[in-house]
Design a binder for this molecule. Structure first.
Ligand code: SF4
Ligand code: SF4
Length: 281
């Protein structure tokens, strides 16, 4: 089976225990206003331009015969003298991708493993399950926004050792405003995860005035209290560089979010301090 991947990162250390290979699935059903990975949004293969180092020579534009609707001919890629143009989204056979990951097994098997991330892994559930099966000899983690069909979520859970699950905003309408979708399905899957026995951490992108208020934190505390184990929560401060990659994918970033204030962090500790919480800048 074939799946679409937009990046493979070797020797990664932040997305699971030990040294890992991170595999980024292309395509996401959410449109979080603070997303810092615009390459992962569309499920389609696309051409991306790195703005860093561009001398504006125009060679990439001159060779293009279809500027209004890219036909993925690749001419602009070969035309750029600086190698700044590339495809994002390669189609991989599961067998070949598993072989590439398992090549590093002698390193990964000592406390590390493989992490499947995105985009959103649940956008390609059959391919994900096949990859999880083919790399079962490693520690397998996934990072998910949780917006997938219940049956796909269950299939995935049956095959992993570790899950990072994003919790963004607890109010359904506010969630829709900031991400484009309601959070009903996400919260239902989060509850399944809590009761699954699979080790997991809830990750909260922490953004001033988006989800740092008492209402949201109280709601989150009430929700996590349903867990039969002490929940682990990792707050990730809003990334001030979130917009940096948008020109790369031909997109514009117009948001002006802020990192959490010290009092936001204090408020989170007040509401969620009974759990295992950590904050990452
Ligand atoms: S790949 Fe490049 S040259 Fe070809 S159609 Fe797309 S933008 Fe134009
Ligand atoms: S060909 Fe390369 S250097 Fe020239 S304008 Fe295009 S991206 Fe910039």
């Amino acid at each position: 089976m074939t799946g679409r991947i937009f990046a493979i990162e070797e020797f990664a250390v932040f997305d699971g225990p030990g040294i890992r290979v991170n595999v980024f699935f292309k395509g996401c059903p959410l449109r979080c206003r603070w997303c810092h990975n615009p390459e992962g949004l569309s499920g389609n293969r696309q051409v991306v331009h790195s703005p860093n180092g561009c001398m504006n020579c125009g060679a990439c534009r001159e060779v293009c015969t279809s500027p209004d609707a890219c036909v993925l001919c690749g001419k602009c890629i070969t035309a750029c003298p600086r190698g700044l143009v590339r495809f994002a989204g390669d189609d991989w056979e599961s067998e070949a991708l598993a072989k590439r990951i398992l090549r590093l097994k002698p390193i990964l098997q000592h406390g590390g493993g493989v992490t499947y991330s995105g985009g959103e892994v649940l956008m390609q559930p059959d391919f994900l399950c096949e990859m999880l099966d083919k790399t079962a000899e490693l520690h397998r983690a996934v990072e998910t926004c949780g917006h997938g069909r219940a049956e796909d979520f269950a299939r995935m859970l049956a095959r992993v050792e570790f899950v990072y699950f994003d919790l963004k905003v607890m109010d359904a309408e506010k969630h829709r405003y900031y991400t484009g979708v309601s959070n009903e399905r996400i919260l239902a899957n989060a509850e399944v995860l809590m009761h699954s026995g699979v080790e997991h951490i809830f990750r909260v992108p922490f953004i001033h005035d988006v989800n740092t208020d008492d209402d949201n934190l109280q709601h989150m505390a009430r929700f996590l209290a349903k867990s039969p184990v002490t929940p682990q929560i990792e707050f990730l401060a809003y990334n001030n560089m979130a917009g940096a990659k948008y020109p790369l994918a031909g997109l514009t970033y117009n948001e002006t979010f802020e990192q959490p204030y010290p009092e936001d962090i204090e408020r989170a500790k007040r509401w969620l301090g009974d759990y295992k919480i950590s904050f990452r800048k």
